[in-house]
Design a protein around this ligand. Structure first.
Ligand code: TA6
Length: 290
């Protein structure tokens, strides 16, 4: 499907009524709506939906480098490349209620100049009732080993970030990007937000809950093969400094990413790494009386 902005996209729907929209550009999910057509992911009011610029919202794929942890552009180049439909995806367990798409990004001669490793990066996106699953895989197509860091940056839509709690990260160590990446230990019994937060939580549990009181909704992030989780909100000052971020956008978003940052993933020739994340919505409205 080609929409107004000329970016080819795939629309996924499932019998329960939810939907998702995926751009071939960046292999990026840009929308995930529940069965009530509510948008569950954040998209900046000033996002630039043009090729060759990272799109500020949905689920950007940060590969082969997270942040500025290396010589590449911030968060690597995968989110700024045109991916393709994977014509020979590995078989999926049969399921009536899911719809899915398989995307692939292969290293190009251009990329080999900046990152001299040949790779195949695959991403399977599966939409199920109340559930969105992303399964990234990286295969080393080279004749020597290489390592990379990786993140799926989940821009989540929230009613008011100052009313959001994140549970599952308590007692963990984290790198604080606001304190030159120094390592700290989380003391709070849940993460709440009253200012800029930019932390890489390390070796997180497989399940993290983002509780949005106002919307009476909890988003549960489950993941595997991606031990770390970045929690980011730019808050007012940084939001103003980002040209593709609306000044008030920070109030209605929170990034809680699935990532492999502390320990880069190392692949031997022909070896393939596989990770996964599952975003699901638990609307507490019906259980409010319980
Ligand atoms: O969360 C890590 C981080 O590097 C932040 O410091 C902030 O820069 C954010 O990612 C946004 O990066 P981007 O390249 O998407 O603007």
């Amino acid at each position: 499907v080609n929409d107004g902005d000329g970016l080819p996209r795939i629309i996924l729907t499932e019998p329960g009524g939810s939907s998702a929209e995926v751009l071939l550009y960046g292999g990026q999910v840009i929308s995930w709506k529940n069965d009530k057509r509510e948008e569950l992911l954040f998209m900046s009011s000033k996002a630039v939906l043009k090729a060759h610029k990272a799109i500020r919202g949905g689920v950007p794929i940060c590969f082969p480098q997270f942040g500025n942890l290396g010589s590449l552009e911030q968060h690597g180049f995968a989110r700024n490349r045109l991916w393709a439909l994977d014509s020979c995806p590995s078989p999926l367990p049969p399921s009536r209620s899911n719809s899915s798409v398989d995307l692939i990004l292969k290293s190009t001669d251009e990329d080999l100049k900046t990152w001299p490793r040949s790779f195949e990066l695959r991403l399977r996106i599966i939409l199920g009732p109340g559930k969105l699953t992303l399964i990234p895989r990286v295969r080393n197509m080279d004749n020597k080993a290489f390592s990379f860091t990786f993140a799926m940056r989940n821009y989540l839509s929230v009613s008011d970030v100052s009313e959001v709690r994140v549970e599952g990260l308590e007692t963990l160590d984290y790198f604080d990007n606001l304190m030159k990446g120094e390592r700290f230990t989380e003391q709070a019994d849940a993460i709440t937000f009253d200012g800029e937060v930019d932390r890489v939580y390390l070796s997180t549990p497989a399940k993290i809950a983002i509780i949005d009181h106002e919307k009476k909704r909890t988003l549960v992030l489950k993941k595997g093969g991606l031990p770390d989780s970045v929690v980011w909100n730019p808050w007012e000052k940084k939001a103003k400094a980002l040209p593709d971020f609306g000044d008030d956008d920070y109030k209605s978003m929170l990034c809680v990413d699935s990532a492999a940052i502390e320990n880069p993933i190392i692949l031997k020739p022909r070896e393939e790494w596989k990770g996964w994340e599952e975003l699901s919505i638990v609307s507490s409205s019906y259980c409010s009386g319980q």
